[in-house]
Each structure stands twice: as structure tokens, then as C-alpha cells.
Design a protein around this ligand. Structure first.
Ligand code: 5AD
Ligand code: SF4
Length: 484
């Protein structure tokens, strides 16, 4: 019997990847994907805990699902609800207490055990009443010794021209504001052979571009047959895969940018000229309080080294304003750094205290009004830079991998090598191909253009980025690179 599954994904690209994996794991139980919660027998929320608003959204969605479940019960039908992701990991027991609608809670390291949990929940019927003590059958937030990656089924729900592939997970950096080391656990790198096999599978399913994912992806150190393999060597190896046109990776930590990573940007044609390198602040005092382990000058020097290797590289970043103790002078140092570097794209956030992180206990809070004002000033500057950057492409040509259908009929959307979204009128048969696009206009978040030669001649060829010279999360436009 087929049953319908709807997964709502919040947050970063790794959650998008994990959602596809969860769909894979549940397929053997007879679950097929539905387009909406209304059409589903099982709804999974794959949650994000990085900032306050991200987890608030989960509880309001659970309220809606509780109403839907009651309505169905009145009609003699059932609805099963699961919570996965980083809110599940951080607040699993609390979720079961606060939201009796929830049948199962599963943390990011236990997804390979999800099918067993769902099967058990199906056998036991819907969630029990309020105040039920959480038990192992409904809550799995372990960090099991066996790797969830080993249990991937051969079939995959992840289809499409641009696919994600997790190569590294977890973080040992412990930036003082960040929940990731607690929700995703310690750094773990998948073996290169496993990654290559999955890459081959994704290419077989139609992927032309792979984005290698990790919270701290440039700390990647996989166990290869002849010793440890770093990110640069892994990229070189994957770039040889037949049928793969493009590689990307995210997110990098400035302290872990290594010579082989930089060299890959010079030497590997398939590696796209974009580097997401979160800096968070331009003040050394704040960087130290954040436990970022580098100074503003070290960041400048790293960007300069990358640009020497690949002069046209697009650099994007993440920023936090209003970190505890941040003064006006600290904030001015951030603006100065932004002016100097010139970012192609960036995400910026007000500091949000995360329970259990060291910074949440600091007493020197920045006033909300000051946070708002600083965020506005920073975003004004970043948008101005982004617009100027995009305008530099007007009149030139960019290679675009058409990987989404546009809102208008006859329109396709894709990414330039530099991560810009590019809108273009194109026939549907060009979907999934790399085509040269003549850029006609630029906005802060996208370019618009027309096919060169109707795209016909160069379809499916690997094309070098042209002489001209980034929203990373597909689920939540305000997400940011999320780590690194
Ligand atoms: N408050 C505000 N922003 C945060 N980020 C991570 N933790 C917090 C927090 N507690 C931001 C960082 C990170 C991005 C993904 O989210 O800028 O790079
Ligand atoms: Fe790790 Fe990035 Fe979080 Fe720092 S911000 S702890 S590097 S995931």
C-alpha cells in the first residue's frame, strides 16, 4: 500500500540533503512524496535551530498540524507527525511535552533509524496523550557509533540538475554563539570512496552540478586508500567524473582555508569561482569573544590569497551584529572590512542568544534598537555592493546551468558560475543544461538575460566561465551559509 509523505524543510542546504535521505529511507515502508501536508499521511518537519525565529516557526507549524490531526480524527483518518533536524536534537523531550501532536522526534545523526521508528509508531497507533513520558521509541537524539551514511539506500529522492552531497558533518570550532557543535556533533568526514560512489549515483540521476556540503567543509579529511584526503584532492577527484559539469562546496571556515583548497580554484575548471567565507565581524575584539580563532587582518589576507589564485572569484559572507559587548567602534570596524573586501553577496543577522552556548550567558547585551540600526546600515552597504557587483555583468555573457522552472511560462532559472540567479526565456528542453546567457539587466538578487545563439550550439558542453567575472538556501531565503 502506498502512503504519502510530506517533508517540510527549514534552514540550510544540509537539511535539504537530509530531507531527500529521509524520503529514501522511508520509501521501503511504502511512502511516496506528496506535494502538501494536506495530502500526506506522514508529515515530517526538518527543523533549524540556528536562530530564534527558525525554531519559533516549528512550534507554530506544529499548532497547525495539531488542528489538522484533530479534523482528520473526526473523520476517522490519521495523520502522523515527526520532527527531525536541529530543533529535534536540541529540544526533543521538550517537543514531546509541549506538542502532543508529535509522534516521533529524530535527531540528525539517527536518520538511518527513522524507518524503524515510523514502523513502530504505525504499529502503536497515533501519539499518546498529553504528559506522556518521552520514550526511546518516539525520541532518538543519540549520536550512534555507526554512521548514518553507511545505511543509505541505493535509490534516491534527490533528483535534478543541481544536487547536494554531504561530505562532512559536525563542527569542533565552538564559536561562542553557535548551536551547531551541539546539534550536529563532532566533525566527521565521509570516506572519499563513498562520496565518489554517491556522486556517480547523483550524476546518473541527472545531476550536472554537485555542491559538497559540510558545516566546516574545508576541515574535510577523509580516510582514503593511501592516507588522508583533503578537500582540494577530493574536488580534483570528483571533477573527473564523466557527465559532471560543475562543483561547488560550502561552508568554509576562514581558519581552515588551506593551500590545496586555494589551488583547486586555480587548477580545477569544474570548480565554480565562488567562495562562501563567513567572517561574522570585522572587529578583532568581537572575533575573539566569538571564539572565531582568526583576526580581521588574517581574513583579509586569506581573501587576498584566494583572489591571487582566482582573480574573478565571487566572495560571499555571513555577519552577526549586536554580539554581546559589540560597541559602535566594533561595528564600524565591520563596515570598514566590508568596504575593503567588496562582497558579491552576504547574509547578515542580529545576534540571537542560543540556549546552551557560551555567549548566551554574557551579560553585556546590545540594545534591540542598536541591533536594528546596525543591521540596517550593514545591509544597506551589502545590498549596494551586491547590486554593483551584479551590474558589472550587464552586457557580458555568463554560463548558466538551468535548474529551475520560472514563475512565467517559457522561463527557466539557473545559476551563473558566481552563484547569481539568472532568469532567462528558454525552451523547456534546455532544462538541466549549461547555456551561455547574454546579461541584459541586474538586480540585487538576480540577473536577467537572453540565450546566446538560442543556446542551441553549446548545450551540454562544459564551458569555461566568461571574462566577466549568491542565496544559498533554497528553503529559507534568509538562512545564510549557516556555518563555517
Ligand atoms: N545569532 C545570530 N546569527 C547566528 N548565526 C549562527 N548562530 C547565530 C546566532 N546565535 C549566523 C552566522 C552563521 C549563519 C549561518 O548564521 O552568521 O554563519
Ligand atoms: Fe562551527 Fe560555523 Fe558554528 Fe563556528 S559558526 S561553531 S565554525 S558551525
Amino acid at each position: 500500500m502506498t502512503k504519502k509523505l510530506f517533508i517540510k524543510t527549514y534552514g540550510c542546504q544540509m537539511n535539504v540533503y537530509d530531507s531527500a535521505r529521509m524520503a529514501d529511507v522511508l520509501a521501503p515502508l511504502g511512502y511516496e512524496q506528496a506535494d502538501s501536508a494536506a495530502a500526506a499521511d506522514l508529515v515530517l518537519l526538518n527543523t533549524c535551530h540556528i536562530r530564534e525565529k527558525a525554531s519559533e516557526k516549528v512550534f507554530s507549524e506544529l499548532g497547525r498540524l495539531a488542528r489538522a490531526k484533530r479534523e482528520r480524527a473526526a473523520e476517522g483518518r490519521t495523520l502522523m507527525v515527526g520532527v527531525a533536524g536541529c530543533v529535534a536534537q536540541a529540544e526533543g523531550a521538550e517537543i514531546l511535552r509541549r506538542a502532543p501532536v508529535v509522534d516521533v522526534v529524530v535527531g540528525p545523526q539517527a536518520y538511518h533509524r527513522l524507518a524503524d521508528m515510523i514502523a513502530a509508531a504505525e504499529a502503536g497507533g497515533p501519539a499518546r496523550g498529553k504528559g506522556v513520558a518521552p520514550n526511546a521509541a518516539r525520541l532518538d537524539t543519540d549520536f550512534p557509533a555507526e554512521s548514518k551514511f553507511a545505511a543509505l539506500p541505493a535509490e534516491s529522492a534527490a533528483r535534478g540538475p543541481a544536487a547536494f552531497l554531504t561530505i562532512q558533518e559536525g563542527c569542533d570550532k565552538f564559536c561562542s554563539f553557535c548551536v551547531v557543535p551541539y546539534t550536529r556533533g563532532a566533525e566527521f568526514s565521509r570516506p572519499p570512496a563513498d562520496i565518489e560512489e554517491e556522486a556517480r549515483r547523483l550524476v546518473g540521476l541527472g545531476a550536472r552540478e554537485l555542491t559538497l556540503l559540510g558545516q566546516n567543509v574545508n576541515a574535510y579529511r577523509g580516510a582514503g586508500a593511501d592516507g588522508p584526503v583533503g578537500l582540494g584532492a577530493l574536488i580534483a577527484r570528483l571533477a573527473r567524473l564523466a557527465g559532471l559539469a560543475r562543483l561547488r562546496y560550502t561552508t568554509s571556515h576562514p581558519g581552515d582555508v588551506a593551500a590545496d583548497q586555494i589551488a583547486a580554484h586555480r587548477d580545477v575548471a569544474a570548480l565554480m569561482p565562488h567562495l562562501h567565507l563567513p567572517v561574522q565581524s570585522g572587529s578583532d575584539r568581537v572575533l575573539a569573544a566569538m571564539n572565531r580563532r582568526h583576526t580581521a587582518d588574517e581574513y583579509r589576507e586569506t581573501v587576498a590569497r584566494v583572489r591571487r589564485a582566482r582573480p574573478d572569484i565571487a566572495v560571499s559572507s555571513d555577519f552577526i551584529v549586536g554580539f554581546p559587548g559589540e560597541t559602535d567602534a566594533d561595528f564600524e570596524a565591520t563596515l570598514a572590512l566590508v568596504r575593503e573586501i567588496g562582497f558579491a553577496q552576504a547574509y547578515s543577522f542580529k545576534y540571537s542568544p542560543r540556549p546552551g552556548t557560551p555567549a548566551a550567558d554574557k551579560s553585556e547585551r546590545v540594545e534591540e534598537a542598536a541591533k536594528t540600526e546596525r543591521l540596517r546600515r550593514l545591509q544597506d552597504l551589502l545590498v549596494e555592493q551586491q547590486l554593483a557587483y551584479n551590474r558589472g555583468f550587464v552586457g557580458g555573457t555568463v554560463e548558466v546551468l538551468l535548474d529551475r522552472r520560472g514563475a512565467h511560462p517559457g522561463q527557466l532559472i539557473g545559476r551563473s558560475p558566481y552563484m547569481q540567479a539568472v532568469h532567462v526565456a528558454a525552451p523547456a528542453e534546455l532544462f538541466g543544461t549549461v547555456v551561455p546567457v547574454h546579461v541584459l539587466s541586474a538586480h540585487a538578487n538576480s540577473l536577467a538575460g537572453a540565450l546566446v545563439d538560442n543556446g542551441a550550439k553549446r548545450v551540454n558542453q562544459r564551458v569555461e566561465p566568461s571574462a566577466a567575472r549568491s542565496d544559498l538556501a533554497r528553503t529559507d531565503k534568509t538562512m545564510g551559509g549557516y556555518t563555517g
